[in-house]
Design a protein around this ligand. Structure first.
Ligand SMILES: [Zn+2]
Length: 71
C-alpha cells in the first residue's frame, strides 16, 4: 500500500471519531434534594448557557416546591 492510502485511513478515523459524541437529546442530572435523576434538556441547556447560568442542581419538581414555599 502507498503513503496516500495510509493518510487516507488516518483521516477517516479522525472524522469518524469526532462526529460520534457531539450532542445528545439531553443530559441526565441527579437532584441534590431528592437524589432522583432528571433530564436537563437540550433546549434548557441552551437557555441556561445564553443567560450565563449554571446547570440546575435540583429536579423541576423540587425547584417548583422551593418556589411555592417562599412567602
Ligand atoms: Zn428533586
Amino acid at each position: 500500500m502507498g503513503l496516500m492510502e495510509f493518510f487516507g485511513r488516518l483521516f477517516k478515523k479522525k472524522t469518524g471519531a469526532s462526529g460520534a459524541e457531539a450532542q445528545g437529546p439531553g443530559k441526565e442530572l441527579v437532584c441534590a434534594d431528592c437524589k432522583s435523576t432528571f433530564i436537563f434538556e437540550e433546549g434548557e441547556q441552551h437557555f441556561y448557557k445564553m443567560r450565563g447560568l449554571t446547570p440546575p442542581k435540583r429536579c423541576p419538581n423540587c425547584r417548583s416546591k422551593r418556589k411555592h414555599r417562599r412567602r
